[in-house]
Design a protein around this ligand. Structure first.
Ligand SMILES: [Zn+2]
Length: 190
């Protein structure tokens, strides 16, 4: 059993804190957020996006199979619970961060853990009050992290038609980087 180095723990805590701060004000359709943290062989990637992107993806694939069933007389929070549940299922169908990113093969990164979460947009954002954000967090082990020269987000741009840009924040050991990627410039140089 290996201990998580203190620097990595601090890095992760601060990147989650940043993600939380963004959460309150950053539900913008077409804009996604990613964080990348590399410490030794351990790579963490989180990818956050408005959950509407899941619906779009779903309609592309299963346009004719939309449910028309409505449950009447249920409380509002139950409907929201249903929506949350439906979105969670769609999100969990994306079973790997490699649906969003591509890494150099010779860095030999293997995903060891992936978690999914769906959260409702803060109620002070009236325009998006019943909207949700989706988050995928992935932990990877890279046998040759020195070969990790770039991270391509091209798979995300291919998957989501309405994705315009991704704001990426990275921490590589002690080096911080921040970049905005677009469909024509979808690769982050490390
Ligand atoms: Zn929305």
């Amino acid at each position: 059993m290996r201990c998580i180095p203190m620097t990595l723990a601090i890095t992760l805590i601060s990147s989650f804190a940043l993600a939380e701060q963004r959460h309150a004000s950053s539900h913008v359709h077409g804009l996604n957020h990613a964080t990348v943290a590399l410490e030794g062989n351990s790579l963490q990637i989180s990818y956050e996006f408005p959950a509407e992107q899941l619906s779009e993806y779903d309609e592309h694939k299963h346009g004719e199979h939309k449910h028309s069933e409505h449950k009447h007389g249920e409380h509002k929070h139950d409907e929201q619970g249903d929506k949350n549940h439906a979105l969670s299922e769609k999100l969990e169908a994306i079973d790997s961060v490699f649906a969003m990113v591509r890494l150099p093969k010779n860095a030999q990164c293997k995903e060891t853990k992936v978690t999914h979460s769906v959260t409702q947009v803060a109620s002070n954002d009236k325009e998006h009050a019943s909207h949700y954000d989706a988050l995928i967090e992935s932990t990877l082990e890279c046998s040759a992290p020195n070969n990790l020269t770039n991270i391509s987000f091209e798979p995300a741009f291919e998957r989501f038609d309405d994705l315009e840009k991704i704001e990426v924040e990275g921490l590589l050991g002690t080096r911080a980087l921040s970049e905005t990627l677009t469909v024509t410039s979808s690769s982050l140089a490390l």
